[in-house]
Design a protein around this ligand. Structure first.
Ligand code: ACO
Length: 326
């Protein structure tokens, strides 16, 4: 076949939650401000014993089990993350932890769009017959990279990991997609590795790696999301040959409830078809779509055959949509 099927989902369980009230002890903010502007009530924080690798591995295990496969069946692991444990990448560590010896594993970075980009990337390897089983993971630990003194950003993010298993299939369940980038707007949202320069020898200096916490122009990002996301969803629906009302579930990157509401309104999708879990998890970047998908699948809300429209959007800037059948 020349298609791909979605056959399993999983997500990591994080136990430590940080409520808006907890945050109000750290920065000048309130539950009222955060909840009305963003819809977020709490977020989870990975503890010292947890890592990007451990959470991503847990999510992948859940997805592989639901797919009724063994780690040794996996041919490809694509890890979407902006916060690997190791700048050389975390996918190989996950491959080893899973015991997926046969799998080729690599990281892919596209910020909050990472899961959509990674799903589309993995699907190409299955569609062209190179591989049979792929695990796509979206995982980020942004709480390790925010400035906890900056109330404009630290209230938004949480840690998480989610995964899906894709399998080559006769009938293609990836019905349509569209991926986009606009680097001219890069400075709207950054997490930069620019360090200080350090004298090396004589006149020679070297630029050290380091990191600057997340910076964000909230207004610009909001405007970008509410304009580009409906557009990319409409294009993807067109590729899929589907009308908006044929979509059972809209799973957007969980950045902010107001963005979800604005996009749903533009697409004329009723609120009951819009998946939202950010009250519980905050913005988990590349993890947010597979985490929401997995929660809705395991709650029995998303059923086999349901048509799902997803869209990720974020730093880069990057944005994209994928329409698929569960
Ligand atoms: N608590 C209390 N007050 C705050 C907080 C806070 N946590 N953060 C900002 N404020 C204050 C500001 O200082 C400002 O006060 P001032 O006017 O006295 O300076 C006031 O609230 C308004 O600040 P704005 O930044 O203009 O607030 P805005 O209404 O734009 O809301 C928000 C901020 C929620 C971030 C909004 O811009 C937004 O939703 N942006 C979308 C971007 C987004 O969701 N980013 C997530 C990460 S990116 C991604 O995932 C794609």
């Amino acid at each position: 076949g020349n298609g791909v099927a979605f056959i399993g989902s999983g997500s990591a369980r994080l136990t430590t939650a940080l409520s808006n009230d907890d945050l109000s002890q750290i920065v000048e903010t309130s539950d009222e401000w955060i909840a009305t502007r963003t819809g977020i009530r709490q977020r989870h924080i990975a503890g010292p014993a947890e890592s990007l690798q451990s959470l991503a591995t847990a999510a992948a295990r859940g997805a592989i089990a639901m797919a009724q496969l063994q780690p040794a069946d996996i041919d490809l692991i694509v890890l979407a993350t902006s916060t690997p444990d190791d700048l050389f990448g975390s996918a190989c560590q996950i491959q080893a932890a899973l015991g997926a010896q046969r799998a080729v594993a690599f990281d892919l970075t596209a910020a909050c769009s990472g899961f959509v980009f990674a799903t589309v990337t993995a699907a190409q390897f299955l569609r062209n017959g190179v591989y049979r089983n792929a695990v796509v993971i979206g995982a980020d630990l942004l709480t390790r990279w925010v400035d906890w003194a900056d109330r404009r950003t630290c209230v938004l993010f949480g840690d998480g990991a989610g995964a899906v298993v894709l399998q080559a299939a006769e009938r293609d369940r990836l019905l349509g997609f569209e991926l986009c980038s606009d680097g001219s707007m890069n400075d709207c949202l950054t997490l930069s590795y620019q360090g200080e320069s350090q004298p090396l020898a004589g006149e020679l200096t070297v630029q050290k790696g380091g990191f600057q916490p997340i910076t964000m122009n909230g207004r610009e990002v909001y405007r970008f999301a509410v304009n580009r996301v409906p557009e990319v969803l409409e294009k993807s629906l067109f590729h899929a040959g589907l009308a908006t009302e044929e979509i059972d579930w809209l799973i957007l990157h969980q950045a902010n409830q107001r963005i979800l509401d604005a996009v749903a309104k533009r697409l004329k999708l009723p609120p009951e078809r819009v998946v939202s879990n950010m009250a519980k998890h905050g913005n988990t970047s590349a993890a947010s779509i597979p985490l929401a998908l997995d929660e809705w699948v395991r709650a029995g809300k998303i059923k086999s055959g349901d048509k799902i429209a997803t869209s990720g959007f974020g730093a880069g800037l990057t944005w994209g949509a994928a329409i698929f059948e569960w």
